[in-house]
Design a protein around this ligand. Structure first.
Ligand code: 5AD
Ligand code: SF4
Length: 439
């Protein structure tokens, strides 16, 4: 039996696509190898969001080349955003690659592998959702559900619109059927995925649909206890979506709302289509309807032209909102993006690093402070398995997406009340509330 090995880089959409690749390969009769050197088919699902991601991946690719030199029968495949963004050069620059495919072309991998002759081939036109392929889930209780592909926004720093193409939504009924099937397989939590997840359905024909309608329909499916989604765009964070968090039992009390910058001038040059006030207004509306909602975000520092005054506005917003967590990135120029042309205004690297240090200090302090609101409370925790640090304890997550390591008797898949004893910016500790077991 032939064996495959997949290495996944990048975002949750890639994790989802990799699960589909694995499912498809198993249905072709392949099995998964524990290590790359044991595989006949070495696959990479790549990311290109920042330059570092490219560099990391290319060193892995050269490792695969060394393995292929030892055993020339091995097949090397490269899928995902990096493959898409270098499609014209990939076979020239990396002649040992056998097959390359973009995010909308995963199914072509099967066609390639079952063809009579394995000559190098590339597939790059968007043709279909990976959500149609069989899957092999990494977590038994959790499933990714791809609701749309592509992105119609034009954020000036972002490579995604050029790698993932125009936005396409999957039909509403098809998604509801897919989640019903997942629930029947025992899935208790779903994460709805889209590059711009909350603009779902606006261009569906014959009847446009709203993202909030999808939340209602998925909430109504028996067995689905928790619904998450990523990533929404603040511009499409409408009141009906926010209300769904308050009104629907299974929609989690956590929203990942990417800020990117706190200065309206910078946001405008990023082409984010909202300013500082509009972002703060969305946060206020979320807190009005869902006071306990956890908020996390993405922030870029050192965007071209960002002055000290602009950066201070980012610090102010981070201070004022008090995010429960934030991913912070140093701006990295990407090929074929508008901001990469703002070369004259690039912020020196030392300045970027210094600003990053100040931002991380504020973000972590506020996240630590925010987390203290949970201490002393008893929260429902969905048990995922043993704690990574101490296998005699358990690990799970609250609706706020906070990891809790706790003492208890529960088994994976159960939702149990846990009394929270301590909290940091990253995780919490607790003990299972045994009263509920006696009852
Ligand atoms: N440089 C730095 N960070 C970026 N991101 C996207 N493009 C870039 C870039 N060119 C960040 C954004 C986005 C997250 C996934 O990655 O914050 O929300
Ligand atoms: Fe990139 Fe902007 Fe689309 Fe997000 S919304 S994927 S940041 S272009």
């Amino acid at each position: 039996m032939k064996r495959f090995h997949v290495t996944t880089f990048g975002c949750q959409m890639n994790e989802h696509d990799s699960e589909r690749m694995k499912g498809m390969l198993e249905s072709l009769g392949y099995s998964e190898a524990a290590a790359r050197e044991e595989a006949d088919l070495i696959l990479f699902n790549t990311c290109s969001i920042r330059e570092k991601a490219d560099e990391r991946f290319v060193s892995h690719l050269y490792e695969a080349r060394a393995l292929k030199r030892r055993d020339p029968e091995r097949v090397i495949g490269v899928g995902g955003c990096w493959a898409q963004s270098v499609k014209d050069q990939v076979f020239r620059d990396y002649p040992f690659v056998d097959v390359a495919f973009g995010p909308g072309q995963v199914h072509k991998l099967a066609e390639f592998l079952t063809a009579d002759s394995l000559t190098a081939q590339g597939f790059f036109e968007f043709e279909g959702f990976t959500g149609h392929l069989p899957h092999k889930r990494a977590r038994e209780l959790h499933a990714w559900v791809q609701i749309s592909a592509g992105c119609n926004m034009k954020c000036s720093y972002c490579i995604v619109p050029s790698t993932r193409g125009r936005e396409v939504s999957r039909p509403f009924e098809e998604l509801v059927d897919e989640v019903r099937l997942l629930a029947a397989e025992g899935v208790r939590e779903v994460t709805l995925l889209g590059q711009n997840v909350n603009s779902y359905g606006m261009r569906l024909r014959p009847e446009p649909r709203k993202f909030s309608d999808l939340l209602h329909a998925v909430d109504a499916i028996d067995g689905i206890e928790r619904i998450r989604y990523t990533s929404p765009h603040p511009a499409h964070m409408t009141e009906d979506v926010i209300r769904a968090h308050a009104e629907l039992q299974s929609v989690c009390q956590h929203i990942h709302l990417p800020l990117q910058a706190g200065s309206s001038r910078v946001l405008k040059r990023m082409r984010r289509t909202y300013g500082r006030e509009r972002f703060l207004d969305r946060v206020a509306l979320i807190r009005e309807h869902v006071p306990d909602c956890a908020l996390t975000t993405d922030i870029i520092v050192g965007f071209p032209g960002e002055t000290e005054a602009d950066f201070l506005e980012t610090l102010e917003v981070a201070e004022e909102v008090g995010f429960d967590g934030a991913f912070t990135f140093i701006y990295s120029p990407r090929r074929d993006t508008e901001a990469a042309e703002f070369r004259d205004e690039f912020v020196p690297h030392e300045v970027q690093v210094e600003r990053m240090g100040r931002l991380v200090e504020v973000v972590q302090r506020r996240a630590r402070e925010r987390a203290q609101r949970f201490v002393g409370r008893t929260l429902d925790v969905l048990v995922e398995g043993p704690s990574r640090y101490d296998p005699s304890r358990l690990r799970g997550r609250t609706t706020h997406n906070k990891v809790v390591n706790f003492d208890g008797l529960a088994v994976p898949g159960e939702i149990v009340p846990v009394e929270i004893l301590s909290a940091t910016s990253q995780s919490m500790t607790g003990t299972e509330s045994l009263l509920s077991r006696v009852a």
